[in-house]
Ligand binder design. Sequence first.
Ligand SMILES: Nc1ncnc2c1ncn2[C@@H]1O[C@H](COP(=O)(O)OP(=O)(O)OP(=O)(O)O)[C@@H](O)[C@H]1O
Length: 336
Amino acid sequence: MASDEGPLVDVVGLVKEFRRVRRVPGRLSAIRTFLNREQDVIRAVDDISFSIMEGELIGFLGPNGAGKSTTIKMLTGILTPTAGTVSVAGRDPSRERRANAATIGVVFGQRSQLWWDLPLRESFRAVRDLYGVPNGEGDRRQAELVELLEMDDFLDAPVRQLSLGQRMRGDLAAAMLYRPRLLFLDEPTVGLDVVAKQRIREFVGHTNTESGTTILITTHDLEDVERLCRRIVVIDHGRVLYDGGLAELMAHYAPYRDLVVTLAEPHDVDVPSLEQVDRNDRRVTLRFRSDKIKAPEAIAAVTATHAVVDLSVVEPRLEDVIARIYTERGLPDGPP
Ligand SMILES: Nc1ncnc2c1ncn2[C@@H]1O[C@H](COP(=O)(O)OP(=O)(O)OP(=O)(O)O)[C@@H](O)[C@H]1O
């Protein structure tokens, strides 16, 4: 039975190991590897725990090979965990795969779930039939999605003729036709141009706020995360390195701003509370602790003592903080 109490997704002590026949190096290595019985054990997911409340939109991040896809495959029921438990809407996905399928939608940026040779309209028909969406509701829902994602122009084209951006819109619509409570998006903006990316982000944000769909998004484009997510879960080597708010992460690990000033004359700047971190001729970068002084005070301090012809305040980049989490395998003093 599906439960409506507690988190929508609950993952406790999740482990997934893969076994791979050990490669034998040297002469005739292909044949010797084929005959070899020894196996390497790869711990793709190594004791992960997290939970997701209904209505959240979470960025699930990690470098290549971190274990994201393996985790998502266990949440969708495609893979069975080696150890630990997974619960999605009160169900064990690998044991109740069919029932779980109606609860979740999955969209992969890298490969389509649509029927390649069918017109998009017929792919939608097939998805509606597959999930038993009643006709009236299906028509309404489809019309709404076609309008939201502006798909009118290419609804009758076979999927193989669509551009990547059109195909992505088709895949998103197909996943939302049966109104899943939980949507997994695996790199939904990969390879798209800036306008197409924006369109997808808007749709994802809208789906979360207007339909209340819980969304887990995996992406290497941190702008997706900055625009959409309040919470992120970062994993690497199959372990959780950070689970918490994006704003909290930035406030804790990058509590500074840079004031970039262009001076009338080239010289160094020495102002209390501001640290000169870079200078290129008349252009000087001054760093200040944003939890100690406000940007207008920092600006006033510099302009009162120096002839400034131009200035801008630059926020720290999420990319730098995430890169630090990846390279330092977590953050020195743990999550804030
Ligand atoms: N079927 C499999 N057999 C053996 N090893 C596997 C299998 N699937 C994944 N792995 C290994 O498990 C580890 C985690 O892979 P996974 O695909 O989950 O990473 P990811 O975080 O999704 O990476 P990416 O961002 O590149 O998609 C990798 O070392 C990968 O080689």
